[in-house]
Design a protein around this ligand. Sequence first.
Ligand code: PLP
Length: 406
Amino acid sequence: MKPEMAKNINHKRQMFTSVDGPNLKIPLLEPQFSGNESVYLQQCISSGYVSSIGPFVSRFETKLSNIMCSAGAVAVSSGTAALHVMLLAAGVKPNDLVIIPTYTFIGTANSIRQCFSVPWLVDILADDLTLDHDLLKKTLESETNLENGICIHSDSGRTVSAIMPVHTLGATPRMDLLADIAEEFHLSLIVDGAAALGTKFNDKPLSKTGASMTSLSFNGNKVITTGGGGAVISDNLDLLEFVRKISGTAKIEGSYNHDCVAFNYSMSNLHAAVGCAQLEVLPEFLKTKERIKRNYETGLKDVVSLTPVKHNTYCKSSHWISAFTLSTLDLANSLRSHLNNAFIEARLFWKPLHLQKPHQNAIKTKTDVSDDIWQRLMPLPSSTNLTEEKQDYIINVILDWAETSH
Ligand SMILES: Cc1ncc(COP(=O)(O)O)c(C=O)c1O
């Protein structure tokens, strides 16, 4: 490392210590609370409405469905809970197969297992890390049969009931092509859109891209946060009614009568209060995420070993996380340690599901791209409170690394 860069890093270390307290590293993602969060939380506490009943829950759902241009939205306790009830609403039954990309957060597959169903893991595209639609089509053509209108996996004899692509890092796969495949093979199309609040496909909001339902997550690291939470959005009010019912213990309004075994997944008024405040600043958050992506791409364009993760031409991403791939694993490891030494959080991101113990016995179709890419992927700090000054520092640290390592 050049002496002036080392001096600069030490200077930054002191600066971040004084500004951010004991957290020395610039984190990959952190929440930002600069709006009405505490005002709304105080209103919950003063009114006593802290649990699943309270005005903020319906206010949050209404605002969310307006933003997503969907007929409705049901707020729940996490993104994983949203996936679970969405799968059940899509009619996924025990032992069915549900197709998902093998490169995703583990919650995508866990929710399938929670339905006593089996994930069918399919590889991703190297450019944008989303489900490989061509591979999926060829696989369905060669490995399934339609029997009485039902898609059957030839080897296992199991029913294939749904395709559940993921909007990876906020970017959509080719939803138009996936919708065609779902129709051809008589499958439900539902989406894990955990990080895709604000994302569009073909200029359309996510409720209008061919999927019957989309889930969102409001975990602390997502585009907005409720502390912990999720939602299902849809244009189909019957599906949403079912989602609401099984998320809320299947209670018949105003009574202790419940007409099926269900879950206690409703979002609390406290969480929804935070969510209402966060949605008020969503447009600014999205602009900042776009600026972060643009600045990284401009600032690092001459580093030959770094390739930005792209999105397809029809997608307008939320840019949840800006990420690059390194040309070799050695360079990726070297950059990770260089960034960490400079107080910038850099770690391995998702490990593909077929390499994870709980999902090793899922059905798999080709995993080469995921195997090749996951350790070369470099997500960079992308919080909405990442100032231009901090981002310049990160870019300079990477440029310094490139000069010495190439
Ligand atoms: C792609 C994806 N799916 C599902 C989830 C699960 O969401 P949650 O953590 O809110 O349960 C996450 C986020 O953590 C995610 O990134």
